[in-house]
Design a protein around this ligand. Structure first.
Ligand code: NAD
Length: 393
């Protein structure tokens, strides 16, 4: 394990964390080099005085520059490991001695799950199983006082609930109806977590969140892709007619909600997290174009809306997601602090002002190529204008 050298390989971590107070929570964050996990690590270390061990395999989705702000911090350390690797994960528990696990590591991109479900089955299902087994054995050996405090917090998605019609919202008791390989594997992992609570008594909590957006988002997702395509004067791909609706949640609001649930949530419960910000994909992309028109008055690509291009829809594309967040608001007094307009403005500004945070990925690893295309539907001839890469949520 390293503090300031996050590129190191797994090995047995040596925990020698300085600057930790008696009451500081020690949190093992899986997937902490990803989009949401890195926001969680920055928040836990930067604001909540927690001690964090980030355990991440560093897949294509990881972005270590997102951890630059904390990488030399005495209460932060990194261990490169696969959550499916039982031995490596056992070592991290033994050496780090966590008070809590925040489990975010996952294969998370729906289109990649259409092209290649195997990695999703391995990480999302088997990896969660390995973590649960090791956490259970660890928890059973803890002294009573620490065992009572221990939490295994599993981070999941609204996509497990399937698709909504034009009205209604998902609640914590909505039946699971996953439609993609991604959401099916997340649903399976949610069920495993529930079973480890019900059968073995492991103190778990589960949260299901809506679509996140914000700084350091991987460029193949709708919002960063639209910003970066527009910035480069390239066609901005929008699925089908652009009328799929998502409930957008600013990533830092999500990270705060996770900390609130981890520290105050009731064991065995599930909590929905949403941004109370339903928008069609076309609304989202149009808002981005207008913000860029305003922020880049000298751009040769104005009006950026002219770049919007409708492309063939994704197979099994869920129509609408919306979260009922009454429970987390009532029980834990959490509400999102960003509106969609304020969060999107911050996000667009971040991409304009922090090119170092995305330029490397855009140039070397990802340039908006179409994914999930193998099984895609033919474009709607009345609206689709090309077969260009398209945006995901
Ligand atoms: P991400 O793809 O950006 O990051 C995932 C991280 O997990 C990466 O750093 C990757 O290297 C790591 N990882 C993948 N496989 C691993 C393995 N086998 N072992 C160890 N590390 C591994 O994902 P994200 O968007 O930050 O999502 C994080 C979690 O939140 C996921 O569980 C996802 O299902 C959930 N979630 C995401 C959203 C969203 O809108 N992005 C919404 C709700 C819930």
């Amino acid at each position: 394990m390293q503090g300031a050298q996050p590129w190191g390989q797994a090995a047995v971590p040596q925990i020698d964390v300085l600057g930790e107070s008696e009451s500081a929570m020690r949190v093992l964050v899986s997937g902490g080099a990803g989009f949401i996990g890195s926001a969680v690590c920055r928040l836990l270390v930067g604001e909540f005085d927690a001690t964090v061990l980030n355990v991440d395999k560093l897949t294509y989705a990881a972005n270590l520059t997102s951890l630059r702000a904390i990488e030399g911090h005495p209460r932060y350390a990194f261990c490169r490991a696969d959550i499916c690797d039982r031995e490596a994960i056992s070592d991290t528990f033994r050496e780090f001695d966590p008070d809590a696990v925040l489990h975010l590591a996952a294969e998370s991109h729906v289109d990649r799950s259409i092209d290649g479900p195997a990695a999703f089955i391995a990480t999302n299902i088997e990896g969660t199983y390995v973590l649960l087994e090791i956490a259970l054995a660890y928890w059973q050996r803890l002294p009573a006082k620490r065992a009572k405090r221990f939490r295994f917090h599993h981070v999941s998605t609204d996509e497990v609930f399937g698709s909504l019609g034009t009205v209604g919202k998902f609640t914590e008791t909505t039946a699971y109806r996953p439609n993609s390989p991604y959401s099916a594997t997340k649903a399976a992992s949610d069920h495993l977590v529930r079973a480890w609570r019900e059968t073995f008594g492991l103190p778990t909590v589960v949260s299901n969140a809506s679509n996140n957006y914000g700084p350091y988002h991987f460029p193949e997702k709708l919002i960063p892709l639209a910003i970066l395509k527009a910035l480069h004067g390239e066609a901005i791909p929008v699925y089908g007619e652009g009328d799929n609706i998502r409930d957008w949640l600013y990533v830092e609001d999500h990270a705060r909600a996770l900390f609130t649930i981890l520290s105050e949530g009731r064991v065995g419960e599930c909590y929905n997290i949403g941004g109370n910000a339903e928008r069609t994909n076309l609304d989202v992309v149009t808002s981005i174009c207008r913000l860029l028109d305003e922020m880049l008055p000298g751009s040769a690509h104005r009006p950026h809306e002219q770049l919007i291009t409708f492309v063939a829809d994704r197979p099994g594309h869920d129509r609408r997601y919306a979260m009922d967040t009454t429970k987390i608001g009532r029980e834990l007094r959490w509400t999102p602090s960003e509106t969609f307009d304020s969060g999107l403005r911050k996000t667009v500004a971040w991409y304009l002002e922090n090119r170092w945070g995305w330029e490397g990925i855009w140039a070397r690893r990802y340039h908006g190529e179409r994914l999930g295309a193998a099984a895609s539907q033919p474009p709607n001839p009345t609206r689709a204008k090309s077969g260009l890469p398209r945006a995901d949520q």
